[in-house]
Design a protein around this ligand. Structure first.
Ligand code: THU
Length: 127
């Protein structure tokens, strides 16, 4: 198993998902080659749940990283899962070329952030 996937699997094992029972782990590789992971963290007020991908982004940013090359995603599902819409928007913030790799068993699906959110909203229009 590659290091990025292994980091995502380790994060999945720490997921806090008492309501859905669906454990998710994500691991980002930064431009400097550092790996930063996140897991989903649910809440009794369901809508406050934060996905693994967004927690990985938050963890990486607080470490000072803003350029990411790859994100590995693993879940409890038997097939590779694609990120939810909110996570697509947050991933696109850090560049459309980011490669998202979703794993399940021997299967892997890959997309860029731009492919997952074509015509997505970006900060380009805000200046
Ligand atoms: N979840 C993620 O962490 N990432 C996704 O891309 C999809 C969904 C989490 C949110 C919730 O804790 C559980 O999976 C079920 O939706």
């Amino acid at each position: 198993m590659n290091d990025l996937r292994a980091a995502a699997e380790a994060a999945r094992a720490r997921a806090y998902a008492p309501y859905s029972g669906f454990h998710v782990g994500a691991a980002l590789e930064t431009a400097e080659g550092i790996i930063v992971a996140g897991c989903n963290v649910e809440n009794a007020s369901y809508g406050l749940t934060i996905c693994a991908e967004r927690n990985a982004v938050a963890a990486a940013v607080q470490l000072g990283a803003r350029q990411f090359t790859r994100l590995a995603l693993v879940t409890d599902a038997p097939v590779p899962v694609s990120p939810c819409g909110a996570c697509r928007q947050v991933l696109l913030e850090f560049g459309g070329d980011l490669v998202i790799e979703s794993y399940a068993g021997d299967e892997v699906l890959r997309w860029t952030a731009r492919e997952l959110l074509p015509a997505g909203f970006t900060g380009d229009v805000l200046s």
